[in-house]
Design a protein around this ligand. Structure first.
Ligand SMILES: C[S@@+](CC[C@H](N)C(=O)[O-])C[C@H]1O[C@@H](n2cnc3c(N)ncnc32)[C@H](O)[C@@H]1O
Length: 329
């Protein structure tokens, strides 16, 4: 069984099956010449891996797991679904989890802990008065459906058309009814600024809003990042942004953190290259230029320790990954 499974999670391995099946030609793609863009004809593979990690966590014993993401496995191809099932088995499950953690260079535990950390920050923002949630680059995030405190809250998911269409397709095929408080909008951040987009789509800036931007900034151009912060600053005071980012040193020096060189190779093979990061020490000043304040900023080392200190086998890797919680006072 292990022998069957091993190639499935090879970072350099298959996994393109789903993409081939779901490929949608974007007819006007040739009209654009952008230096940085998401693979134009494919569903985000990184979004699928994150759903894979969440599905693994959901299959852990109730007392141990950090969250329940029952929908996560819906987004997986048959190989990854099988792998998730194996990770729930006694003994062999732990062997496979350790293998996935190692092959993914720490992405498994970093993604699981960050999911829980962001859930908690979101709750904090809503308890603090946020009345609207926007999830940028939503991928296969299912927070809008799985967190009870979002039940009556307007939630706007915004994503690249390839990934967003795939998500909605899965809902349709699996007979999953999305509640009416959730809306799904589509954009390519590298082709259109959020300000123009939000004007066209009537986004309500007068509500204190919490924006989640998880696993996205590292794939954007610096112009797209600046434009996004211009967009954030338009929201009412009391609004906040929870975003993940790459320690800039990982981009500038592949040897600064363990696993960076391999991760860059892996992403290159998936055509989802890292393009952007911040130096944490420069972040407060950058944010200040947009009238924003940094409330929290933690790296994977810290947030894994917060949520899974007892899982000693999963505490390493992805040290260059960080989460910031930012607000407009
Ligand atoms: C690593 S996934 C993260 C997904 C989700 N936030 C999560 O944490 O599960 C990156 C997401 O960013 C989206 N994305 C990447 N580049 C984009 C672009 N240029 N425009 C719009 N969305 C983009 C992808 O479609 C994908 O859903």
């Amino acid at each position: 069984m292990i022998i069957y499974f091993l190639p499935i999670f090879s970072p350099y391995g298959t996994g393109e099956g789903v993409n081939k099946l779901r490929q949608k030609e974007i007819n006007d793609d040739k009209l654009y010449d952008y230096k940085i863009k998401m693979k134009a004809t494919a569903v985000s593979r990184t979004a699928q891996y994150i759903a894979f990690f969440r599905a693994i966590e959901t299959n852990q014993p109730t007392k141990k797991r950090l969250f329940d993401d029952e929908l996560a496995s819906e987004f997986l191809d048959i190989g990854l679904k099988l792998a998730v099932k194996i990770t729930a088995m006694p003994v062999i499950g732990n062997i496979i989890i350790n293998y996935i953690q190692k092959r993914g260079l720490g992405a498994l535990s970093a993604s699981i802990a960050r999911t829980k950390y962001i859930d908690d920050l979101l709750k904090k923002a809503i308890d603090g008065g946020a009345k609207q949630v926007i999830i940028l680059g939503a991928g296969f995030d299912t927070r809008a459906m799985r967190l009870p405190f979002l039940k009556d809250m307007p939630v706007i998911e915004i994503d690249h058309p390839n990934t967003s269409d795939y998500k909605l397709d899965i809902f349709k095929k699996s007979n999953i009814k999305s509640p009416s408080n959730i809306s799904y909008l589509q954009i390519d951040f590298n082709k259109q600024g959020l300000s123009e987009f939000s004007f066209q789509r009537n986004i309500n800036f007068s509500l204190p809003t919490v924006i989640i931007w998880e696993g996205v900034t590292s794939y954007l151009s610096s112009e797209a990042i600046d434009k996004s912060f211009e967009f954030f600053q338009k929201f009412a005071s009391g609004s906040s942004i929870i975003f993940t980012y790459l320690h800039r040193l990982a981009l500038d020096d592949s040897n600064a953190f363990k696993g960076v060189a391999q991760m860059k190779e892996l992403l290159k093979s998936k055509e989802e290259n890292w393009t952007f990061g911040f130096y944490p020490e420069q972040l407060p000043n950058y944010l200040q230029t947009y009238g924003l304040t940094l409330y929290e900023d933690n790296g994977a080392v810290e947030y894994r320790k917060m949520y899974m200190p007892e899982r000693k086998n999963l505490l390493n890797g992805f040290e260059f990954h960080r989460i910031a919680f930012v607000g407009k006072k």
